[in-house]
Write a protein that binds this ligand. Structure first.
Ligand code: ADP
Length: 305
């Protein structure tokens, strides 16, 4: 069963700008899928159309077998949506915001209360249930958006840049929570420009650039294609007169550190051995950006050639 099918989606905004130029992809039920791409690539436009927030110019969307044009209400019922912008009434209290949302789906307060409690507890918001939303931190507001999106028990959760503005610790606990939901059978589709996020959570990714899908594959396969890894090496001496490190290429970053590009098949130990052999005294080595990141930059550059 396909949770989402998007076919030949095109969007030209009123000002004449063509944001989508025939986007097609599909997401299987139960998948954890990321739509990746640089800012302005068309991620929000694509998901905005799926969620009924943006009108498409042409193409077809179907969610859990229901067509967006023919059965918009059914599509709405299948989806839980977490938009980028906080769009709750910030004077309202946390619990009320979630319960009101249940009301929009015809679920009574009494019926919604137990699940509301479960969600707020799972998302670490239970203590704040009587607090007006405006008094929450950014991370709490984001979690409130997730609780609200889930209250009607949708089959597909769509999140637009879910961890934008969320600090690293909260980000990791949100990842864990989303992974747990996915393991329970919820299909999750997110947009992100944090590649680390896709790498940590998503089994499959599509990369969009300038309104076109340029790659659609498993995260594993994508990572396999990436044949370069980068390490930052800090030295105890100076980087002034470094010997050549052939076959690796290096780039001096500052007086005490340099970047080394290696084939990804090289282990950290082998790299250490080479540096040792050349008489370089290493204070520390750490991986630079993740591999998906360099892959991503290469792919976008290639698609523009
Ligand atoms: P992303 O989510 O990948 O950052 P968007 O889907 O938000 O990208 O935007 C894709 C392109 O469409 C961008 O160039 C953006 O400036 C443009 N765009 C978005 N919304 C509008 C709009 N309402 N009117 C005109 N252009 C828009």
């Amino acid at each position: 069963m396909q949770a989402l099918t998007v076919e030949g989606l095109e969007k030209t905004y009123d000002n004449g700008f063509q944001a989508l130029k025939g986007v097609s992809f599909s997401v299987e039920s139960g998948e954890f899928f990321a739509l990746l791409g640089p800012n302005g690539a068309g991620k929000s436009t694509t998901l905005g159309i799926v969620c009924g927030l943006v009108r498409k110019s042409s193409g077809r969307v179907s969610v859990c077998g229901d067509d967006l044009d023919q059965s918009p209400q059914a599509v709405r019922r299948h989806l839980g949506v977490v938009p980028q912008e906080f769009n709750f009434n910030s004077f309202e209290k946390v619990e009320q915001i979630v319960l009101n949302q249940a009301g929009y789906y015809g679920i009574s307060r009494k019926e919604a209360l137990p699940y509301c409690e479960t969600l707020l507890k799972q998302l670490d918001l239970w203590e704040k249930r009587h607090t007006p939303a405006r008094m929450l931190s950014g991370g709490m507001k984001r979690r409130l958006m997730i609780a609200r999106a889930l209250i009607h028990k949708p089959r597909v959760l769509i999140l637009d840049e879910p961890t934008a503005g969320v600090d690293i610790e909260i980000r990791r606990s949100m990842w864990e929570f989303l992974q747990k939901l996915n393991q329970q059978g919820l299909t999750i589709i997110l947009t992100t420009h944090y590649l680390e996020e896709a790498e940590a959570m998503c089994k499959r990714v599509a990369i969009i650039s300038e309104g076109k899908i340029i790659t659609n594959t498993s995260t594993k396969a994508l990572l396999k294609q990436a044949d370069k890894a980068y390490f930052v090496v800090d030295v105890t001496g100076t980087t002034e007169s470094l010997p050549a490190l052939s076959p690796f290429s290096i780039e001096v970053l500052d007086e005490h550190s340099f970047l080394v590009e290696v084939n990804k098949s090289i282990s950290l130990n082998e790299l250490f051995a080479v540096l040792n052999e050349k008489g370089i005294n290493v204070a520390s080595i750490r991986p630079e950006a993740n591999r998906l990141e360099s892959m991503f930059i290469d792919l976008v550059a290639e698609s523009k050639q």
